[in-house]
Design a protein around this ligand. Structure first.
Ligand code: SAM
Length: 257
């Protein structure tokens, strides 16, 4: 038995109903390219392998990786002992000849950088089914004006159709975490819902780095109040009240550098 390592965010799923519910939501098909991030002790890996002929998995913990490879390689598991934050998802999609379906009860301590890393590889990804701390799932799926709406929501919005599927209580894991979790489905658009370029990230980061400030103040280094007004947006508004398309409108009038 390999003990849980806190630094890798290890809380292992052990509730059979929750596991079945997640696999049902994914509904894997035999010819798909599934990739699991952080398979741990294989709670999801094993039932997924029963539904599809093969599965790639990326695990950072060397002991868990060795144990899982030994147990499941003969059943179609291709285990990559690697850091998912540095993993080349595009290369894997190329070698599998199709876009990836990404799955993971993700390590909560790296959830935001991991989502941004996956977003960079979006052309190689069909969808994601992820379990995260419930607050993070609520942020991903939030509507403008709600308390959860922020940089993560707006950065994902052009590319992702997000659905909060269901919540999972702490008792489903060992060791028992302090927080509730939730599962979401993120479908990736191959063309963005609205046009964005690098200026979008600059505007969104600046806007939310100063959460309690008005747009006029938060965007001072990028846009003056007249330009904000010219976009039909009140410079006295707070960033969390703007829709993603309004951020795109602001980004379109920022000088490219
Ligand atoms: N999927 C298993 C389950 O549901 O029981 C384990 C989930 S546990 C919350 C997170 C897993 O991700 C652990 O196995 C951990 O070692 C692994 N992990 C943590 N950081 C990682 C990283 N940067 N890259 C790949 N795997 C990572």
């Amino acid at each position: 038995m390999v003990f849980a390592r806190k630094r890798f965010g290890q809380n292992f799923l052990h509730d059979p109903q929750v596991i079945a519910h997640i696999v049902e939501a994914i509904d894997p098909q035999p010819d798909e390219a599934l990739v699991e991030i952080g398979p741990g002790r294989g709670a999801l890996t094993e039932p997924l392998l029963e539904r599809c002929a093969a599965l790639d998995a990326i695990e950072i913990d060397r002991d868990l990786a060795a144990e899982l490879r030994g147990r499941l390689a003969s059943r179609g598991l291709m285990l990559h002992e690697a850091d998912a934050l540095k993993f080349d998802f595009a290369a894997l999609a190329t070698s599998r000849g199709r876009r990836l379906r990404v799955i993971g009860n993700l390590p909560y301590n790296v959830s935001t950088p991991l989502l941004f890393h996956l977003l960079e590889a979006r052309a190689s990804i069909a969808d994601l089914h992820i379990m995260l701390q419930r607050e993070v799932i609520e942020r991903i799926c939030a509507s403008p004006g709600s308390g959860d709406y922020g940089r993560l929501t707006v950065m994902l919005a052009p590319w992702v159709i997000a659905e909060h599927l269901f919540d999972v209580g702490p008792g489903a894991f060992r060791p028992v975490p302090q927080v509730w979790s939730a599962v979401a489905r993120l479908r990736i658009r191959q063309t963005p819902e609205f046009a964005v370029d690098a200026r979008y990230a600059r505007v969104v980061s600046a806007a939310f780095s100063q959460r309690r400030k008005t747009l006029r103040n938060a965007l001072r280094s990028l846009l003056d109040a007249e330009k904000i007004v010219a976009c039909g947006i009140d410079p006295g508004a707070r960033p969390e009240t703007l829709s993603p398309t309004q951020f795109a409108a602001l980004a379109a009038v920022v000088e490219a550098n």
